[in-house]
Design a binder for this molecule. Structure first.
Ligand code: ADP
Length: 443
């Protein structure tokens, strides 16, 4: 041992103390040795000075070694304690160790080797114990810290849960409010539209040119407002999961032609050509024609709204595996790819400023997205700023049964008309090869 050790010898017998000193010196232990003759003095010395080790005679004049060790440990004095026993004391060795002795040695076995060996072992053992205790303490502290952090996290989780519940409730109230308001507003709006239509009928009486112009404006604005109200009502129903598809067998070509006829005047007013191409082997679908029409009107009115010159195309074609694809393409302002994921969110518009050029609620694409999902279809977008946009929708020819309110026999009849080979196409089947074409743009 290179370091100088501070050693205390507690023994009333001076000869024994000397024997210890000699043995350690002979063993080459570098040390500063202090000596005391009784337990009480040992206690006061140990309380004020720190030592590397103490040798304690078991038989002291004021108390026995066991008492002294218990007191030292109860005062939390940290030091290796080696008890020097006399003949006949060996049997109390176990109690000494239990009380906190680090080791014991019979005085009759004291030699320079044994004493130095016991000293080294006691110090090594004690230091190892101290290190373990420190590590254990650190472990306990970090465990406590973890427990505290966990408690804090749990508290935060509960707070977030409460906030979530509040948000859900607020959102539910908002949807309810939207539904009630749009429903309530629709009634007077229908009256405004109805009465303006009556006013415009010749049999009601002749209006002056200016009067007819004003009534027509009331009618057109009323229709526009009704459309906005319907969007809000649909959106709130979709949010609450109250919107149901009403599937029936219908001719898609007829629906597309009707929509195109409705929208053509809007396109012509902006001098845009509206081109339609329908390549369907079988135009019959089992789906909700009203909602398909709504999807088409929304896509076309967006295409017209966001295109200042050029053309709008609507293409419909068969896809393998009883799927169809509807594409609406325009040469409009286009959409930056960074906005792709936002525009399908409710109330989101690329331009959200008050002074924006293009009017709208920002609900159209959110509604389309939900409807297409309900139909187990997919929607894809390709667009380039200043060049134009392509919205592509793929739909199964037949709605999955869970979405269908048709009786089972009429479903069977319809299936036979649209799928003569009776193969039922799973709505989520990955066999639609065109889906892969736009895979990166999938929303
Ligand atoms: P709205 O048309 O009422 O604003 P939508 O949900 O239909 O709401 O569309 C959201 C946004 O997506 C639009 O405000 C517009 O910024 C963008 N968008 C939709 N369709 C087109 C299109 N064909 N060309 C360019 N931008 C479009």
């Amino acid at each position: 041992m290179e370091e100088t050790l501070k050693i205390l010898v507690v023994d009333d017998d001076e000869v024994d103390r000397m024997a210890v000193r000699r043995a350690l010196v002979k063993a080459g232990v570098r040390m500063e040795m202090s000596e005391v003759g009784d337990g009480n003095t040992a206690l006061s010395v140990l309380s004020n000075t720190s030592f590397d080790c103490a040798f304690i005679d078991y038989r002291l004049p004021d108390q026995d070694g066991l008492n002294l060790i218990e007191t030292i440990r109860s005062l939390n004095i940290k030091i290796p304690l080696v008890v020097l026993t006399s003949q006949g004391d060996e049997q109390i060795a176990v109690e000494l160790m239990k009380a906190g002795a680090t080791d014991y040695l019979s005085k009759f076995r004291i030699s320079s080797e044994t004493l130095a060996q016991v000293l080294r072992n006691a110090i090594r053992l004690y230091r190892a114990e101290m290190q373990t205790a420190i590590a254990y303490q650190q472990l306990r502290e970090s465990h406590e810290q973890l427990v505290r952090k966990n408690q804090e996290l749990e508290r935060q989780r509960q707070q977030i849960q409460i906030q979530n519940l509040r948000l859900l409730e607020a959102s539910r109230l908002k949807s309810q409010f939207l539904a009630t308001m749009s429903h309530e507003l629709r009634t007077p709006m229908n009256a405004i539209i109805g009465f303006s239509q009556i006013l415009l009928r010749p049999k009601f009486g002749n209006l002056t040119g200016q009067q007819a112009d004003m009534v027509e404006r009331i009618l057109n604005n009323g229709k526009h407002l009704l459309m906005l109200l319907n969007e809000v009502l649909d959106f709130s129903k979709l949010e609450e999961g109250r919107l149901e598809l009403k599937p029936e067998l219908f001719d898609l070509t007829k629906v597309i032609n009707a929509v195109v006829m409705e929208m053509r005047s809007l396109a012509e007013a902006k001098k845009l050509s509206l081109l339609v191409q329908i390549d369907l082997q079988n135009p019959l679908l089992v789906n909700d024609p009203v909602r398909i029409k709504q999807i088409l009107i929304n896509l076309l009115s967006n295409a017209i709204k966001f295109t200042d010159s050029g053309s709008i195309w609507i293409n419909v074609k068969d896809l393998p595996g009883s799927w169809i694809e509807i594409t609406v393409k325009d040469t409009g302002i286009g959409i930056a790819s960074k906005d792709f994921k936002y525009i399908f969110e409710a109330f989101r518009q690329v331009d959200q400023s008050i002074t924006r050029k293009y009017p709208g609620t920002g609900l159209g694409l959110a509604i389309i997205n939900s409807l297409v999902q309900m139909m187990s279809g997919k929607i894809f977008l390709e667009s380039e700023l200043g060049v134009g946009s392509i919205f592509t929708i793929t739909l199964p020819r037949q709605l999955p049964l869970s979405n269908s309110s048709l009786s089972s026999s009429s479903v069977q009849d319809a299936r036979e008309m649209i799928q003569p080979d009776h193969k039922v196409h799973h709505p989520k089947a990955k066999s639609n090869p065109n889906a892969r074409k736009y895979h990166n743009l999938k929303l």
